[in-house]
Design a binder for this molecule. Structure first.
Ligand code: NAD
Length: 485
């Protein structure tokens, strides 16, 4: 432990309120654990109701100061923050791996994504253009103005401690909004490190505030206030619905990035080796703890055995371990509760007739490791086919026809990512139009880019992040009808 009470290489955990880094005022704090070793990395401070009131007032003042800056000026602060993130990239990536577990290479790529997203939003903030509508009568001017929506609040999950945070922080700031963010208490260090880059880049006090504590207490307090005009959440469906209900009392706008259960349609005409390679990498990235993780593999029966055998053979040879070890290919789950969930899903799937062809068990007593797992011939009765595993489980289903694959793909109330592997353009066109999904990957699995909209449909929520659509969610529209005198 260092003198500041945290593990070597880890971040000093503080809250940021009104431009000042400090401990929370509550007597409570909670330990942050390294999921690979069980080691305590540091203690995340909790805020009190008074701290939250201070953060709300600060966000109102921060909004007044930041929203009146020119778009060019705001861009230069975002670019400076991105430059600081780039300078501190390796140190932040290490913090991320220590608290979340993913391999250091993946953590570095996540910081690169955060840098690119900050740069992109910084540029796009200059294009928050309104428009002039041709006048109905002489001497009138019909103007449409785009304005920052107001102070925002955000809550985010632990699985992408940088990406989940930056999509909200950079989007809000680029539009001219202030923001209070409550990252996950399980992965607070990455957000603190990123927020330090923004503060050091010259943000006015109160434009960005970071708080930690008991999630439900914090969200109830912040959402009851009339100060925030917008709430943005990344997490599970149940919490998203709860926050949407709380937001309704003051009619805050919502962006809800919630859970998924991604189907993968593998057609008989696909390029099989490259489909296996792409699916495997995407499935076991971040140990499957990805909202877009390919989960239900709907494989044409003609190639089912070949595909599942090749996939399982490669899955069983993946090196599972501590993300700081450079030979590691897939890391731990965030905590022991996720291991219990994997065991429950595997046991239930087998009881419902699925065949476990590789994995299915926890690894070691130290850390939260679970084997890359492949379950074949799983039926819709199995819990895992309906509830999001959010872990290293690949569920294989043979399908007879494209219609059957599409029916199964669209069976669930959530719709985030969906994938298809095929060399037929006719199949691509059909899949593109018929899949209930917010993002679709064809013959590859990358569906998240700074300049592209990312978001789900149905119970996966509302709104997009990234792309011009992401900026739009932090803007409000005003129509001005002027008689020119
Ligand atoms: P969860 O909804 O229980 O918790 C997610 C986060 O929300 C936690 O880190 C917690 O700090 C916070 N939270 C919980 N209750 C809260 C409350 N009452 N008020 C404010 N914040 C609260 O979900 P989880 O199982 O821990 O996280 C994984 C889920 O997140 C999965 O369903 C996954 O698909 C989803 N997710 C979605 C996206 C997306 O972009 N659509 C991205 C990442 C994760």
């Amino acid at each position: 432990m260092t003198k500041s009470g945290h593990a070597e290489g880890y971040e000093t955990l503080e809250v940021l309120i009104n431009g000042r880094w400090r401990p929370g005022s509550s007597r409570h704090s909670e330990p942050v654990m390294n999921p690979a070793t069980g080691e305590v990395l540091g203690h995340v401070p909790h805020v009190t109701g008074d701290d939250l009131d201070e953060a709300l007032d600060a966000s109102a003042q921060g909004f007044r100061a930041w929203s009146v800056r020119s778009a060019l000026d705001r861009q230069s602060v975002l670019q400076a923050a991105a430059a600081l993130m780039a300078e501190r990239r390796d140190a932040i990536a290490k913090v991320l791996t220590l608290e979340m577990g993913k391999p250091l290479v993946e953590a570095g790529m996540e910081i690169d994504f955060a840098i690119a997203t900050t740069r992109w939003y910084g540029e796009e903030g200059r294009r928050a253009c309104g428009r002039l509508i041709p006048s109905r009568t002489p001497n009138t001017r019909h103007s449409v103005l785009k304005e920052p929506v107001g102070p925002a609040v955000a809550f985010v999950a632990w699985n992408f401690p940088a990406t989940n945070v930056i999509r909200k922080v950079a989007g809000a700031l680029a539009a001219g909004c202030s923001i209070i963010i409550k990252p996950s208490e399980e992965t607070p260090g990455t957000c603190v490190a990123i927020a330090r880059c923004f503060q050091d880049a010259g943000l006015p006090d109160g434009a960005l505030n970071v708080v930690f504590g008991v999630p439900d207490t914090i969200s109830r307090h912040l959402l009851a206030s009339p100060i925030p005009k917008k709430v943005s959440f990344t997490g599970g469906v149940a919490v998203g619905k709860h926050l949407t209900r709380l937001a309704a009392d003051t009619m805050k706008r919502c962006t809800m990035e919630l859970g998924g259960h991604a189907p993968v349609i593998v057609a008989a005409d696909c390029d099989l080796p490259s489909a296996v390679e792409a699916c495997l990498a995407a499935k076991f990235r971040n140990a499957g703890q990805v909202c877009t993780s390919p989960t239900r593999f709907l494989v044409a029966k003609e190639i089912y055995t070949e595909f599942t055998n090749a996939f399982a053979e490669q899955a069983s040879s993946l090196r599972v371990g501590n993300g700081l070890d450079e030979t590691t290919q897939t890391g731990p789950l965030i905590a022991g509760r996720r291991i219990d969930w994997m065991e429950q899903l595997v046991e239930d799937a087998e009881a419902n007739g699925a065949r476990l062809i590789t994995g299915g068990h926890r690894i070691d007593d130290v850390g939260s490791f679970f084997e890359p797992t492949v379950l074949c011939d799983i039926t819709p009765d199995a819990l895992a086919m309906t509830e999001e595993p959010f872990g290293p489980l690949a569920l294989m289903v043979p399908v007879d026809t494209l219609d059957a694959a599409l029916e199964e793909a669209n069976r669930l109330p959530v719709g985030l990512a969906a994938y298809a592997f095929t060399t037929s353009q006719a199949t691509v066109l059909r899949i593109q139009s018929d899949l209930n999904a917010g993002v679709v990957g064809i013959n590859q699995t990358a569906v998240s880019l700074p300049e592209a909209p990312f978001g789900g449909v149905n119970e996966t929520g509302w709104g997009s992040e990234g792309g011009i659509e992401g900026l739009e969610t932090f803007l409000r529209t005003k129509f001005v009808n002027e008689l020119v005198l």
